[in-house]
Write a protein that binds this ligand. Sequence first.
Ligand SMILES: [Cu+2]
Length: 93
Amino acid sequence: MKKTATLLGALAVAIISTAASAADGTVKKVDESAGKITLDHGPIKNLGMDEPMSMVFKAADPAMLKGVKPGDKVLFEADRVNGQITLTKIQKK
Ligand SMILES: [Cu+2]
């Protein structure tokens, strides 16, 4: 029984470490026609960004940007898609 629990724990860690981690951000600018958004963001572990910074992200789907506007505090996920840093998820806090 104990062995099973340890195995499950190891599996859970493996799953978590491969998933994109959610990051905090503030929307600075939304360019819906270009499908781009500028965010002031905190650390993004899966992209190796340890320091807060401001940068432009390409949205995986421009429709994702409809619900947010400059000044909104958001939780988001980003990943490298075909070499480009891409916003894969965003939600208002
Ligand atoms: Cu960044």
